[in-house]
Write a protein that binds this ligand. Structure first.
Ligand code: HEM
Length: 359
């Protein structure tokens, strides 16, 4: 009896060792980097190329922001009634069609910038995989961002997306939430995806002021977008009153009508507010929502998890705050069940994020 118990223990220990070895099995690639799956080794040189040559050494700048936007405009192109392949690279493969959709205005810049890379790495990745890989690497350039998931294995797109599937800032919130619902995103997940607008700027909403950000810290993946979008709008940063634009709280900052609505509507305001001072909640919810977005229309059972090729982002810089010159009286409380978290303002003269004119 004692012998049987002992042999059971030995067997159990052996099988635990096998299981843990399977879990921790790592492959060392010829480049020296380590990944869980040998098929992912081919991606490390692509990641290095992107960081050095598309993202200027890893800056959370314009190409980074545009590459994230591109992941969304490709992925959202699926409708249960109208068709489309989702995150399939059709925005590149059928660029002649999709880039001309009004909602894709300005996306041609990043499609053009990524084209030589997509062609160069064509034997390694399909355009759909490339766009999502570039987006995940892009986000990793921004301090405070989560490390996004990356799955490989999207087939080449067969057809362009139908027109009208990418939300626009002048759309009603009903229309925007309905559009996301069609691809299985809840209102809370839409708000989570909007964390992307914390590392974002608009070139074409007001074309007189290209590069105008949605928050005061567009190179940091922080919560300032969720704070500043809740402040009372008092000015237009440029020539004002464009389609999809509403007043913003700061000089040099632009606000989309859709972002303003998402911050104030009863369906989304409490989620919006919940991210204002909670970096971890925001980053985790964004990561989960992006993992869904990146595989819209794809069969994940046939894909390989290559998330460990994505660099680990640096920690966030700074603390949640009101911009200088603002007080809690400037917060437009919209969540009906909890007060907006108490914040103090930066010291000094009123914050402006407008570019300083050359002297
Ligand atoms: C309610 C849905 C959304 C609307 C109406 C919307 C609209 C816009 C608009 C109008 C711009 C400015 C484009 C320009 O003038 O250059 C923009 C920029 C941007 N959007 Fe969205 N967006 C939405 C959701 C998303 C999502 C889900 C993502 C990513 C997951 C995203 C990522 C970005 C990024 C990163 C930029 C900045 C691009 C740059 O700096 O060049 N957006 N968005």
């Amino acid at each position: 009896m004692a012998f049987k118990t002992l042999s059971n223990i030995v067997l159990l220990a052996a099988s635990l060792r096998v299981a843990s070895a399977a879990l921790t099995k790592r492959v060392t690639c010829s480049t020296g980097q380590v990944t869980a799956n040998a098929a992912c080794c081919a991606l490390f040189p692509v990641v290095d190329d992107l960081i050095e040559n598309l993202f200027d050494g890893g800056e959370c700048g314009e190409e980074t922001h545009e590459s994230l936007r591109l992941t969304f405009h490709d992925a959202i192109g699926l409708s249960p009634t109208l068709g489309g392949g989702g995150a399939d690279g059709s925005i590149f493969t059928f660029a002649d069609t999709e880039v001309n959709f009004p909602a894709n205005a300005g996306i041609d810049d990043i499609v053009d910038a990524q084209t030589p890379f997509i062609e160069k790495w064509n034997a390694t990745l399909t355009p759909g995989d490339f766009i999502q890989l570039a987006g995940a690497v892009a986000v990793s350039n921004c301090p405070g961002a989560p490390r996004l998931q990356f799955l490989m294995g999207r087939p080449v797109a067969k057809a362009p997306s139908p027109i009208g599937l990418v939300p626009e800032p002048q759309d009603s919130l009903d229309k925007i939430l309905q559009r996301f619902k069609e691809v299985n995103f809840s209102p809370a997940e839409v708000v989570a995806l909007l964390a992307s607008h914390t590392i974002a700027a608009a070139d074409l909403v007001d074309p007189s002021i290209p590069g105008t950000p949605f928050s005061s810290t567009p190179s940091i993946f922080d919560t300032q977008f969720f704070i500043e979008t809740q402040l009372r709008g008092v000015l237009f940063p440029g020539t004002g009153g464009h389609q999809g634009e509403v007043e913003s709280p700061l000089k040099g900052e632009i606000r989309l009508n859709s972002d303003s609505e998402l911050a104030r509507d009863s369906r989304t305001a409490c989620t919006f507010q919940s991210f204002a001072t909670n970096q971890n909640a925001m980053a985790n919810a964004f990561k989960a929502a992006m993992a869904k977005l990146a595989v819209i229309g794809q069969n994940t059972a046939k894909m390989i998890d290559c998330s460990d090729v994505i660099p680990v982002p640096k920690p966030v810089v700074g603390k949640p705050h009101l911009p200088a010159g603002k007080t809690m009286n400037d917060v437009e409380q919209a969540c009906g069940t909890a007060p907006f978290p108490a914040l103090t303002a930066d010291p000094g003269p009123a914050t402006s994020v407008a570019p300083v004119p050359p002297s």
